[in-house]
Write a protein of this length. Sequence first.
Length: 126
Amino acid sequence: MSDLFQSLRVSASGMEAQAMRLRHVSENVANADTPGYQRKIVSFEEEMRTGLVETGPVQLDRSAGARVHDPAHPMADDTGYYDGSNVDLVIEIADAREAQRSYEANLRLFDQARQMTQSLFDLLRR
């Protein structure tokens, strides 16, 4: 019985971690045109004793942002360039799809464990 409850906790922690990842992906997409914005990256850590998934500290992508030529921009230097964000929308879309699929897989696991628990309770009531 405790294994079923543990599987519910593990899949719920996976859904929570993927939701956090999707939140940061949406922040990255929203700030793709913000000058100087650094892409946020979420890492995952597994709790070794319980198997729960936890999000690690949010890190900033240190890759260089695009140099944008716009002499009229208030942040432009003497040559007319300013530092754009380092967000690549193709990567963000791929990350969003991966997070969505991982979330859905955890949701299916959660639903299966819930159905098994319900079936066990039904058997015990008889």
